[in-house]
Design a protein around this ligand. Structure first.
Ligand SMILES: [Zn+2]
Length: 68
């Protein structure tokens, strides 16, 4: 028995959650991401965030917290 026997044929793209083929001709070169865009968005999440692409919620100092 190998891992291939139980591995799913599809995974969700870590970035956009679209189904991505894990093997066969449908498997993208950017695997496990569905596209190069999603791969870069994930690897450079902080980078994309600087350009206004919402990637993750970040706790920002609120008015109730003392600023230094
Ligand atoms: Zn994607």
């Amino acid at each position: 028995m190998t891992d291939d026997a139980v591995a799913p044929a599809l995974l969700s793209c870590p970035t956009c959650r679209r189904p991505v083929a894990t093997r066969g001709p449908a498997r993208p070169a950017s695997f496990p991401f569905c596209s190069e865009r999603c791969r870069w968005r994930d690897l450079g999440g902080w980078f994309a965030e600087r350009y206004g692409v919402p990637v993750a919620e970040q706790a920002a100092p609120g008015p109730g917290e003392p600023a230094q």
